[in-house]
Design a protein around this ligand. Sequence first.
Ligand code: NAD
Ligand code: AHE
Ligand code: ZN
Length: 369
Amino acid sequence: MKTRAALAVEAGRPLEIVDADLEGPREGEVLVEIMATGICHTDEFTLSGKDPEGIFPSILGHEGAGIVREVGPGVSSLAVDDHVIPLYTPECRECEYCHNPKTNLCQSIRATQGQGLMPDGTSRFSVNGQTVHHYMGTSTFSNFTVVPEIALAKVRKDAPFDKICYIGCGVTTGIGAVVNTAKAEAGCTAIVFGLGGIGLNVIQGLRMVGAKMIVGVDLNDDREAWGRKFGMTHFVNPMKVTGDLTAHLIDITGGGGDYTFECIGNTDVMRVALESAHKGWGESIIIGVAPAGAEISTRPFQLVTGRSWRGTAFGGARGRTDVPQIVDWYMDGKIEIDPMITHTLPLEDINKGFDLMHAGESIRSVVVY
Ligand code: NAD
Ligand code: AHE
Ligand code: ZN
C-alpha cells in the first residue's frame, strides 16, 4: 500500500513528505494507522546526525497512537480496530530481561530495531524502489506503519489520539523516571534540569508522589511559568546565578536533592545534577540523550560519599503492562497532558514542529494525520 510519510533523507536535512510504499504485516506483525504523533527531542537528535544509531533514509517518529488495521499470521493479543500505542521499548514477556524485575529493557528485538529493520531483518518501507529504514521500531511519522505485536500497547477506545500519543514517550518517560526509577517518596526534595517535554512530566510525577520541594533549572526564563503550572516550587536560571551553580543548588535545597533528574542530554549539566544530589543518599537520574562520543565525568569521591548515578529509558516502564494504566491516569484526571501540547500540525508542516522546538517555543508539537 501507499502511505503518506515524512522521510528523513539524510542527517541535517528537513524531512520530505512522500508517498512511501509499505508492505503488509508478516508473522507476528501488525499494520497500524497512526492517528497522531508527537515530536520528541530524540527525533531531532537522530535527524541532526548525533545519534550513533542514526540510519538514513528512514522514517522517524516514536511517540504515536493509532488503530490496528491488519494483523499478520500468529498475532493473538491484538485484533483489527484495537487502539494502540507503539512501544520503542517492547515487552515480549519471555526474554531474560522481561523476566528480571530490575529492568524494562526487553532485548528480544533490540538488535534489528537498532539497525532500522523488522525482527526478520528486512524493512517494510521503500520509496521509488529504494529501501527506507524503520526507526526505533515505530516510525510514527508515517500515516501507516508496521510494528511487531510485542511493541504495541492496547489502550481504551475513548482516549483521544492527539493527546495519548504523548504517552508513547514523553509522559511515560518523565513520570516513570519518578515512579519506577527513582521510586521517589512523599516529602522528598528534587531538582529537575531542563523543563521541556520530558522535564515537565518529571515535575508532574514529583507532584503526584507528594514531593516537598521541586527545583526546576532551565536557561529559558519562559519555562518558569511552565514548571510552576505542574508543581515546581523554585526556579533557577543558571545564567542568573552568580558563582557556582552546584553550590547554589545545594544551598537552596539545604544540602542537595534527594533526587535529581537531567532532562537535557548535556554532559556538563549531568555532572552538576550528580554533584547537586545530597551527600550520603542523593540519586541522580540521567534521562537526556547525549551525542555520539560524549562522556560523563565527576570525581569518584562524589560516589564514595554516597551519591548514585543512574539512568532510565522510557521511564522504566514495561509498555504493554504500564501504558494502558497511564492512559487511565490521564482519562481519570490524575495527570495532565493537554496543556503541554502547545502546537498541533498537519504532516505537511512537520518541519515547523522542529523549528518550534529549536526556538524554545513549544513544549510538545503533535502531528495529526
Ligand atoms: P526539549 O527540547 O523539549 O527540552 C529541553 C529543555 O532543556 C529546554 O527547556 C531547554 O531550554 C533546556 N536546556 C537546554 N540546555 C540547557 C542547559 N544547559 N541548562 C538548563 N536547561 C537547558 O527536550 P525533551 O523532549 O524534553 O527531551 C529532553 C532530553 O530527553 C533529550 O535529550 C531527549 O533526547 C531525552 N529523552 C530521553 C528519553 C529516555 O527514555 N531516556 C525519552 C525521551 C527523551
Ligand atoms: N541510539 C542512541 C541512544 C538513544 C537513546 O538513548 N534512546 C532512549 C530512548 S529516547 C526516547 O526519546 C532509549 O530507550 N534507549 C534504550 C535503547 O535500548 O535504545 C545511542 O546512543 O546509540
Ligand atoms: Zn522520545
